[in-house]
Each structure stands twice: as structure tokens, then as C-alpha cells.
Design a protein around this ligand. Structure first.
Ligand SMILES: NC(=O)c1ccc[n+]([C@@H]2O[C@H](COP(=O)([O-])OP(=O)(O)OC[C@H]3O[C@@H](n4cnc5c(N)ncnc54)[C@H](OP(=O)(O)O)[C@@H]3O)[C@@H](O)[C@H]2O)c1
Length: 197
């Protein structure tokens, strides 16, 4: 069965963007880029591939799901279908006008459960935090590109979702001279403690 993989850049303190939604403080250049542009090249937008003169390999993911606020920075610069090499699903509770290549869902949990029943490559949960918070129970793998920077404030990796501990087993940690650490975790399910009542 295909997996839901939350592959995301984070700060040391678990933020995926600064308070205004920017991500300029994440390290782009450095030896960790070999993973970003190699193993995870399917998660690069088409305009990045065009600039690099590369093609998406279509070996890691065939579908991406993102929240509306994650799509909007692309829309703001005129990119209406950022990942045309993937099936693109965008969560929104509103009626939105989108490119025909994008499927909207107002029930991303049901959509992800359905996608996971299908044959295919893994599904990339791109973000952002609010969507990831509502999909935590379906996340099979976490791949964190952790930059050596503390934000102190910003958009948290799981938004402001209520406390709901889930246990992950660390499968691999790759450290790079750049200071970036790529951490792979596999979900083990609900934590034994239900948490505070
Ligand atoms: N560091 C990284 O690798 C990375 C990756 C991705 C995103 N980001 C950043 O994350 C930020 C966006 O994160 P965010 O937490 O603000 O927003 P988000 O999760 O991207 O989008 C929130 C919006 O998505 C829709 N949505 C979310 N959960 C939903 C659900 N369960 N059901 C239906 N619709 C749902 C709603 O849209 P409507 O308002 O239309 O109803 C909601 O307002 C951006 O700044 C982006 O750059 C960073």
C-alpha cells in the first residue's frame, strides 16, 4: 500500500515557515542538496526543474497534497499548477477557482485514506502546518530537513492542532557538512498515553 510521507523543511524548533509564511532562512545550498535534488527531485516544482534543466524522475512520489495556504505563494507569482508531474490535490473548505490539473478536497482525511488504498508511488504531504495537523493520523513517514536555525516563532509543523501524541521510530539520520540534518521517521501508531484529559 502506498504511504503518506510528510517531507518538509523545518527549523531546529519545528517551524516550517516564518510568521509571514516565508522560508528564506532555510538552507538551500550545501551538500544536503544532493538529497533534495536527487532522491526527492519529484518534490521540486516544475519551474525549478525548468531552471535546472532537469526532469522529474517520477520514482518517489506520484501525488502531492497541500493546504490552500501552501498553494497561494505559487498563485501569487502566476504559477497555477506547480507540480504538473504529480497528481495535485489541494485542501480547501471553500469553493475555489483552480487549474484543471488540481483537484480540490474539503475532506483531505477521506481523500488521503482513499489514495492510500490505490496502487502507485507514495503520496507527498507537502504541508502546510494546518493540513498536516489534520492528517497526522495518516502520516506513515516523516522526512524532516532540519536547518540549523531557531525561528522562535512562525508556522508550526502541525499548525495549532490539539495535543494528540503519536509515536515514530527513527529509521535514519543523515548529517551534512552544511549543518542540515535529514531525519527519517516511521510511524508506530498512537502513543500509549492518551494525553491530558
Ligand atoms: N518548510 C516547508 O517545507 C513547507 C512546506 C509547505 C508549506 N510551507 C509553508 O507553510 C505555510 C502554510 O501553512 P499553513 O499551516 O498556514 O496552511 P496550509 O495547511 O498550507 O493551508 C491552510 C488552508 O488549507 C485548507 N485546509 C487545511 N486543512 C484542511 C482540512 N482539514 N480540510 C479542509 N481544508 C483544509 C484551508 O483552506 P481554506 O481557507 O481555503 O478553506 C486552510 O485555511 C506557507 O507559508 C508555506 O510556505 C512550508
Amino acid at each position: 500500500m502506498r504511504k503518506l510521507v510528510y517531507y518538509v523543511a523545518v527549523s531546529i524548533d519545528g517551524y516550517i515557515a516564518d510568521p509571514t509564511g516565508g522560508f528564506d532562512d532555510f538552507l538551500i545550498e550545501g551538500d544536503h542538496a544532493a538529497v533534495v535534488f536527487g532522491e526527492y527531485a519529484d518534490a521540486l516544482p516544475a519551474h525549478a526543474h525548468a531552471a535546472l534543466g532537469t526532469e522529474p524522475p517520477r520514482t518517489r512520489f506520484d501525488t502531492v497534497i497541500m493546504g490552500w495556504n501552501t498553494l497561494t505563494p505559487a498563485l501569487d507569482i502566476g504559477i497555477i499548477s506547480p507540480y504538473p508531474h504529480l497528481r495535485q490535490v489541494v485542501a480547501s473548505r471553500r469553493r475555489r477557482e483552480v487549474d484543471p490539473a488540481i483537484t480540490l478536497t474539503d475532506d483531505p482525511l477521506a481523500t488521503v485514506r482513499r489514495l492510500k488504498q490505490e496502487e502507485g508511488l507514495d503520496v507527498w504531504l507537502c504541508g502546510g502546518g494546518e493540513l498536516a495537523g489534520s492528517l497526522l493520523s495518516e502520516i506513515d513517514h516523516l522526512v524532516l530537513k532540519r536547518s540549523p536555525v531557531v525561528f522562535r516563532s512562525g508556522i508550526p509543523m502541525f499548525g495549532h492542532a490539539p495535543y494528540e501524541p503519536r509515536t515514530f521510530e527513527r529509521a535514519r539520520t543523515r548529517t551534512f557538512d552544511s549543518g542540515v540534518v535529514i531525519e527519517d521517521y516511521v510511524c508506530c501508531g498512537r502513543a500509549s498515553s492518551p494525553g491530558p484529559t
